[in-house]
Design a protein around this ligand. Structure first.
Ligand SMILES: Nc1ncnc2c1ncn2[C@@H]1O[C@H](COP(=O)(O)OP(=O)(O)OP(=O)(O)O)[C@@H](O)[C@H]1O
Length: 397
């Protein structure tokens, strides 16, 4: 199987080149793996073009040793899914297996596949996927599910639908707004502090939209997490789709991961109770479930924003946000049997139809890329899995 080595020298703290020359390339050499080529990317889109060129020249199963964050991985997966190289189209299937070397800022997929422990040696920790490649075929690569989000224009619109491809996250509401605003702030604030600025700008916002959850292919139902039983159970309102009226504060789905940063375990069951087949774990917060929310006013939204901050803070406490409930007065508690603050569901997909008047509800985030739903349109997101173990994308774990 040919092996291509690609790293993004500009990602994270910009140390990928040094890490590759000091650790990755010597390790490949000592394992007698001679890469077909070693590339440092020079611009956005470069990694995808390099992989496409390799697959066009030779559509055989390919291994890519990839030094990057989630963004470069996303770029390769989206490009190959939406526009497979001609030779791959002719072969009707391909397998691309990654050995990931985390060099980005968040590295959500890597952190989910290799949850960090305090005792980890930092260098060895970053070499775990590469070591799994070297141990293959004892440990074959693990297939990745994908979330395909189609931005559907209104009926009779001239523009074609666009499909975004995620290997980590597909979101709307707060998460999409933070990503969009932090990108706009990048020029004035290149530090990570821009994410906090963007969060503060959006935390009190509610998003006017209607969502529908689509059933899992495996069970034919939408499932809802029961924190007391620590298990999913069929959603009580499933028929088999579940209508979820807005407004929303938070709406985020993940695929392949239980976390978006090493400690931010927003969808813990994705690891402790992984889905069988293609599935999305969706985390929803809707302000109208809060007994203290009666009127919609600035004060109400400001008070609810504090609760949302507490929810997201609890996600850093080993996924404790799923235990939060409303007391009768709307305060947050982990006692009693009040309504759960977070609705955590597992489903085959979702639809999101924003109200025309709410511009921010039209934003969709796919692995960090921001897309806009055309006015009068909607977003439809579906989980898909490789059709067999010899096709699609996989990661050495
Ligand atoms: N030489 C380059 N210069 C600038 N940008 C590049 C270069 N090569 C790739 N890119 C782009 O850099 C972007 C960010 O890369 P990546 O996601 O790998 O790192 P990150 O943002 O630091 O990490 P994470 O996604 O884990 O937070 C990608 O969208 C990619 O297209």
């Amino acid at each position: 199987m040919p092996t291509l080595v690609i790293y993004n020298p500009a990602c994270g703290d910009r140390t990928a080149a040094q890490f590759f020359s000091t650790h990755v390339l010597p390790l490949l050499h000592s394992a007698a793996i001679a890469p077909a080529a070693v590339h440092a990317t020079t611009h956005p889109g470069h990694a995808a073009a390099l992989v496409a060129a390799q697959l066009d020249a030779d559509p055989a199963p390919l291994t890519v040793v990839l030094g990057s964050g989630d963004g470069t991985l996303h770029e390769i997966i989206e490009a190959l899914t939406n526009t497979p190289p001609a030779a791959v189209r002719a072969a009707a299937a391909f397998q691309l297996a990654f050995a990931l070397v985390p060099c980005g800022t968040a590295n959500a997929l890597y952190a989910a596949l290799f949850p960090p422990a305090p005792a980890d040696d930092p260098t060895e920790y970053r070499l775990r996927s590469l070591r799994a490649l070297l141990a293959a075929p004892a440990a074959p690569a693990r297939p990745l599910a994908l979330a395909l989000t189609t931005l559907v224009p209104p009926p009779r619109a001239a523009a074609p639908a666009h499909t975004a491809v995620s290997a980590v996250v597909a979101s709307t509401a707060l998460h999409a707004s933070i990503l969009a605003d932090s990108e706009a702030l990048r020029a004035s604030d290149p530090s990570l502090a821009r994410f906090h600025t963007a969060a503060a700008q959006n935390i009190a916002r509610w998003y006017a939209a209607a969502a529908t959850l689509l059933p899992l292919r495996a069970s034919g139902a939408v499932e809802r997490w029961d924190p007391a039983a620590r298990a999913f159970a069929p959603h009580p309102h499933g028929t088999p789709t579940v209508d979820v009226p807005g407004p929303f504060a938070y709406f985020l789905s993940v695929v392949n991961v239980d976390r978006l940063e090493p400690a931010f375990r927003i969808a813990p069951a994705a690891r402790v109770d992984p889905p069988r087949g293609a599935a999305l774990d969706v985390v929803i917060v809707r302000p109208r479930r809060d007994p203290a929310v009666e009127l919609d006013s600035d004060e109400t939204r400001a008070a609810f924003a504090e609760k949302l901050k507490a929810v997201l803070g609890a996600a850093y406490q080993d996924g404790a946000h799923l235990l939060l409930r409303y007391a009768e007065d709307g305060s947050l508690t982990t006692e009693g049997d009040g309504p759960l603050v977070v609705e955590y569901v597992r489903c085959g997909g979702w639809e999101w139809e924003p109200d025309a008047i709410d511009d921010k509800a039209h934003l969709v985030c796919a692995d960090g890329d921001i897309h806009e739903i055309p006015k009068g349109g909607k977003a439809t997101c579906n989980a898909v899995a490789p059709k067999d173990e010899n096709s699609g994308f996989a990661v050495y774990v």
